[in-house]
Design a protein around this ligand. Sequence first.
Ligand SMILES: O=C(O)c1[nH]c(=O)[nH]c(=O)c1I
Length: 313
Amino acid sequence: ATLQATFYGHTFDNPFMNASGVHCMDKTELDELAASASGSFVTKSATADSRDGNPEPRYINLELGSINSMGLPNLGLAYYLEDAIKRQAANPDTPFFLSVASYKGFDEYVSNMKHIQESDYTGLVELNLSCPNVPGKPQMAYDFEDTEKLLNEIFKFYTKPFGVKLPPYFDFMHFDKIADVLNKFDIKFVNCVNSVGNGLYIDEATDTVVIKPKGGFGGIGGEYIKPTALANVRALRQRLNPSIDIIGTGGILTGRDAYEHLLCGASMLQVGTQLHKEGLGVFERLNTELLAILEAKGYTSIADFKGKLATLD
Ligand SMILES: O=C(O)c1[nH]c(=O)[nH]c(=O)c1I
């Protein structure tokens, strides 16, 4: 059996990659990802200007996952663009993802995308509409009208392939609304889901929160969020045009978790919390475990079961 993954006209050796924010802050970390068993990789979400981010402690691994309020620390869009242009020149056949966010809101999203359009980078962009940790700033993708306005604005000038990183939704009306908006545009993929925003974890030894920013509120990842992640992958797959691929992110610790995301319709898979905990070796292990599942079930490729979750009716 093969774990080859097809995504936006590309074929990757396997469906695994890092989730933006983990092991992707600078070119050293990106080189390590490129040299790992991951099928692709994505950069830390970039803002126009480099940012220190929120005060520490701002990321904590927990028994069942993680909590973070990093606050968009990054080296600035120009850094990642320059690196991406070199990478695409050196390896034109191995696509990767450039993640873009915004600290200042709507206008910075537009100007960041304008800079990429005017640059020599021609690869995939993951437009992050779901950072939950910018104090005072709502997540773009929880405002359906603003999201539509932003995509309208971007498609006036942007001609390169991109997709959007979405937050989790928890209501069928919201699944319907975001899918209605996204189906109007020629986006190449959606990534479901970003961390479950503004959770709270309490240290039992001290009755105190564990991260400093926002009084301890932070995005939740890991085992805590797999049911939510699977639901969002499945719901968006059922609603989006087949031409829009899905990246599944959230709660992938084992080959079984990966298999379930694929069953819900994901084409690529991102690993955040477990990569942070286990390091780059997680990709070898996940490939081995997923391959064993295909073999045990007599599948020869992911196409044999992708999106084929059974229901009870
Ligand atoms: O705090 C962050 O930097 C961060 N943290 C997340 O959990 N998701 C995001 O999209 C971002 I931009």
